[in-house]
Design a protein around this ligand. Structure first.
Ligand code: UDP
Length: 327
């Protein structure tokens, strides 16, 4: 298939591009490079453009005979979405609708959409199954839910076929060590802990150790970025007009912040100094996927089910690219 990957120069998108190409698809990346990195994709596959530019989107979809779109381009920081919701509504909702309407105009009706566990809000039950109530508690989660709902309606009215893949915590890097996670500023746990190991930061601050969990720190389901990418490639086979697929992508196992820091100590061999700070607003104590539906539907299984394996690939990337793509 010919696939347009929005946000393909970003962290998860760039890993998906790799696997799509490996699977034999023709891939075009559409990215405004506001957060993405030129170095993360091949120059001859990159179209620098904005999702708000519907005329450009329409011409790209036509010119390259695109069959399906993978839509990664989005802002993805929960805290920032609370302090600057306008940025999130404009980029994650308005720009996404611009993309859907460009697709409708051209007759491209297949989409794999990056959704999120944040659409569930504070879950009633752990592990979280797809059938649980979606009741987001921040603008980031709400914006993603709006697009899931829009896709439902576009499926009924215009025959869109789509997969909404609800990610848990993306982590790790390509085992080749040449693409990986590079956010400025960095806010995610594993890259920050590894920056301490590299001597780029003094210590890691644990955001709260008084949660109702065995060691008092938050538990998350860390899923390797290549496992996420593989599920995207597989879900392409399920895109049928008028059909929707909503799947959690996680390992089904949780690790606490403290367990992640310990894994980083084991893998890097560095002591890694830590301190405890206040809770980060908006952090539910435990988010772990019931990923059985994705496993069954897609015949997919994470290749990196253990946190040490995930951290090892991230460490390879951070060691070889201590300044990310900036070198
Ligand atoms: N976290 C932390 N210190 C940090 C960054 C993150 O204790 O400097 C915790 C955070 O509170 C959460 C977990 O690590 O419980 C994962 O956070 P991250 O920002 O990596 O991903 P999120 O869960 O927000 O998508």
């Amino acid at each position: 298939m010919k696939i347009l990957v929005t946000g393909g120069a970003g962290y998860i998108g760039s890993h998906a591009v790799r696997l799509l190409e490996k699977a034999g698809h023709e891939v075009w990346v559409y990215d405004n490079l506001s957060l993405g990195h030129r170095g993360a994709v091949a120059a001859d596959r990159l179209i620098v453009g904005d999702l708000h530019d519907r005329a450009l989107l329409i011409s790209v979809l036509r010119e390259h005979w695109i069959d399906a779109v993978m839509h990664f381009a989005a802002f993805a920081l929960v805290g920032e979405s609370v302090t600057d919701p306008s940025k999130y509504y404009h980029n994650n909702v308005v720009a996404s609708l611009s993309l859907l309407d460009a697709m409708k105009t051209v007759g491209v009706r297949k989409m794999v959409f990056s959704s999120t566990t944040a659409t569930y809000g504070v879950p009633d039950k752990i592990p979280i199954a797809e059938s649980q109530r979606q009741d987001p508690i921040n603008p980031y989660g709400f914006c993603k839910l709006v697009i899931e709902r829009a896709l439902d309606d576009y499926a009924v009215a215009y025959g869109f076929g789509y997969a909404a893949l609800r990610y848990f915590n993306a982590a790790g890097a390509s085992p080749n060590g040449d693409i990986g996670e590079d956010h400025t500023p960095e806010s995610h746990l594993i890259p920050i802990v590894l920056q301490v190991a590299l001597g780029q930061r003094e210590q890691i601050t644990v955001f709260g150790n008084d949660y109702p969990t065995p060691d008092g720190t938050c538990i998350r389901d860390y899923i390797h970025v290549d496992d996420l990418a593989a599920a995207h490639v597989k879900s392409l086979d399920f895109l049928e007009p008028g059909q929707s697929l909503k799947l959690n992508l996680g390992t089904g196992r949780g690790n606490s912040v403290r367990e992640v820091i310990d894994a980083c100590r084991r893998i890097t061999g560095h002591a890694i100094s830590e301190n405890v700070g206040p809770r980060r607003p908006g952090d539910p104590p435990v988010l772990v996927a019931d990923a059985s539906l994705a496993q069954k539907t897609l015949d997919w299984k994470p290749r990196y089910p253990k946190i040490d394996e995930i951290v090892a690939t991230a460490w390879r990337w951070h060691q070889s690219h201590p300044n990310g793509y900036a070198e």
